[in-house]
Design a protein around this ligand. Structure first.
Ligand SMILES: Cc1cc2nc3c(=O)[nH]c(=O)nc-3n(C[C@H](O)[C@H](O)[C@H](O)COP(=O)(O)OP(=O)(O)OC[C@H]3O[C@@H](n4cnc5c(N)ncnc54)[C@H](O)[C@@H]3O)c2cc1C
Length: 513
């Protein structure tokens, strides 16, 4: 308990918002850097973020367990190559215990507004229950895929049965024998459908765009491998490196779309192997370049679609009635339960965030035309603010934990600079330069030019989600801090003028390295 009984306001040097992989990784990095004056705010009653929220049947990672974990905290006894949700959550609980974080986390603490006070050079964080904190540096670790995106479908309120999003699975609903409609065929849906099809009476899957799906080389990790991890020095580290480079090598197929052809051949062969029916094959075969949307791994999705109790509907959903779903061709599909497997708010995730920087500028307004940051972490006009897994840090080919580790290291370097120079914000020019280069790199990539609409792109068609290249490059850029890219924002600088100088006139204020 961080707030003592009756205490309404506390001070801390650093506040971290969110106790998922990123918030936990940040806290460990701070302790390692000798910074112990921090608190973690978590709105839920438990740590884990993604791996606490997503408890749908079949929920699993599509990165191998040895890589989807912190490099400094290897787990020697992962049960599978690709871990299921409960095992990842257990791993995160272990990290919290091992690094003594439990009493640094305030649960049930939802940060509802975060405002920078220029006179004091500090952030004030207000919680939903009226409590507040102030701190020198604020780190948001609120999750890139955290806010469920449920499309407004005409008539949805009238549906008589249970309906829920994949990230808010209602385990109180017994699906045995029921008619279940699954809307969406993305990463969660392809894990849900095979599991639900085993118990439901009938499953109707509504597909807007088929995903590219490849075989998942998943299997239990044997006792022999566990023994080698335990007994042979360096073996587990070498194994992790192998997996890392195996994933990293695939980046060329994303940055050079013409190389995606090899994967597409594998994808088509996989469809041919798993789906005998020609009409169904045609329905599930994508007509865009592999990688344009997230490439999915599953051995049981296509077989599930061939089951007698599963139908795939490719006409868009146009309405919901009390007893079913209506498709664009007028077809009516009776349903007892609807599962929205419709993804998350990504490029607009901060649209409702009440974060106010220097000069009273709200991040939602600054990012109205799309979120932009520097290294996905710092934002011009928002001194001493760090956004973990911010804009353009998402990956289509490797582990997000690698990005988190690189980024939290970078934040510790920024904090050193703040110690030395006082409040800092990335200069507007550095942020502009950085994003111009980033968008140039994305321009010819499969994410932008692969011929699909995806959640990587914002409403204006600009890619705000993906890191455009190798993770080695991100590691390299975040290893050292370019102090000249940061402008001091002196405490006491008043009003909008200070914000403008941080954003528009950086050259006069930049700190030379
Ligand atoms: C179903 C699913 C599968 C995925 N699979 C993979 C995969 O295979 N490989 C991969 O690399 N990545 C995967 N991801 C991405 C995954 O989100 C990241 O890998 C990683 O877990 C993100 O960690 P995080 O801490 O940034 O965010 P989260 O895990 O989302 O944690 C954010 C935390 O912040 C808290 N929070 C949010 N707002 C507030 C607030 N205002 N006040 C207080 N607390 C708040 C939340 O309650 C949550 O606990 C997947 C995501 C999903 C949803």
């Amino acid at each position: 308990m961080i707030f003592g009984s009756g205490q309404r306001h506390i001070r801390a040097d650093i506040v971290i918002v969110g106790a998922g992989f990123a918030g936990i990784g940040m806290a460990i990095a701070l302790d390692r850097a000798g910074r112990h004056d921090y608190v973690i705010l978590e709105k839920a009653a438990e740590i884990g973020g993604t791996w606490r929220e997503n408890t749908y049947p079949g929920c699993a990672c599509d990165i191998r367990s040895l890589l989807y974990s912190f490099s400094f905290e290897p787990k020697r006894d992962w049960s599978r190559q690709f871990p299921m949700q409960p095992e990842i959550l257990e791993y995160l609980r272990h990290c919290v215990d091992r690094y003594g974080l439990a009493d640094r986390i305030e649960f049930g603490a939802e940060a509802t507004s975060m405002a920078y006070d220029e006179a004091a050079g500090r952030w004030t964080v207000r919680l939903a229950d009226g409590r507040s904190l102030d701190c020198r540096a604020l780190v948001t670790a609120m999750g890139p895929l955290h806010q469920p995106n449920i499309p407004a479908i005409p008539g949805d309120e009238s549906f008589a049965g249970p309906r829920f999003h994949s990230a808010q699975w209602d385990h109180g609903v017994d699906l045995a024998g029921k008619r279940v409609s699954v809307i969406g065929t993305g990463a969660s849906a392809i894990q849900i459908v095979p599991q639900v099809a085993k118990v439901a009476g009938h499953v109707t899957v509504f597909q807007r765009t088929p995903p590219w799906v490849l075989p998942k080389p998943d299997r239990p990790i044997t006792g022999r491998l566990h023994r080698l991890f335990r007994t042979v020095p360096g073996f587990q580290r070498a194994y992790r490196w192998l997996i890392y480079w195996e994933a990293e090598a695939t980046i060329v197929t994303f940055t050079r779309p013409r190389l995606a052809g090899l994967g597409e051949r594998m994808g088509r062969a996989f469809i041919a192997r798993q789906i005998p029916d020609r009409a169904l094959r045609a329905k599930v075969t994508p007509n865009y370049r592999m990688g344009c949307k997230r490439v999915l791994l599953a051995n049981d999705y296509y077989p599930a679609l061939t089951r007698a109790n599963v139908d795939l509907v490719t006409e868009g959903v146009t309405g919901i009635t009390p007893d079913g779903v209506v498709a664009a061709d007028g077809g009516k599909y009776p349903a007892d339960v609807i599962v929205y497997s419709t993804g998350f708010h990504v490029t607009d995730a901060f649209a409702h965030a009440d974060i106010t920087g220097a000069g009273g500028r709200r991040i939602a307004d600054v990012w109205r035309d799309g979120p932009e940051a520097y290294l996905g972490a710092t934002v011009a006009g928002f001194p001493n603010l760090f956004v973990l897994l911010g804009p353009n840090t998402g990956l289509g080919h490797n582990s997000m934990i690698f990005m988190i580790e690189s980024e939290v290291h970078y934040v510790t370097r920024c904090l050193d600079l703040i110690d030395a120079r006082g409040p800092l914000a990335v200069s507007g020019q550095a942020q502009l330069r950085y994003n111009a280069d980033l968008q140039r790199r994305l321009a010819g990539s499969v994410w932008n030019a692969g011929g699909c609409a995806s959640w990587y792109l914002d409403a204006n068609g600009v890619n705000r989600a993906i890191w455009p290249g190798s993770t080695v490059r991100y590691w390299w850029l975040t290893r050292r801090l370019r102090a000249r890219d940061y402008a001091p924002v002196p405490a006491g600088a008043a009003g909008a003028g200070a914000a403008e100088s941080a954003i528009a006139r950086p050259a006069t204020r930049e700190v030379a390295r």
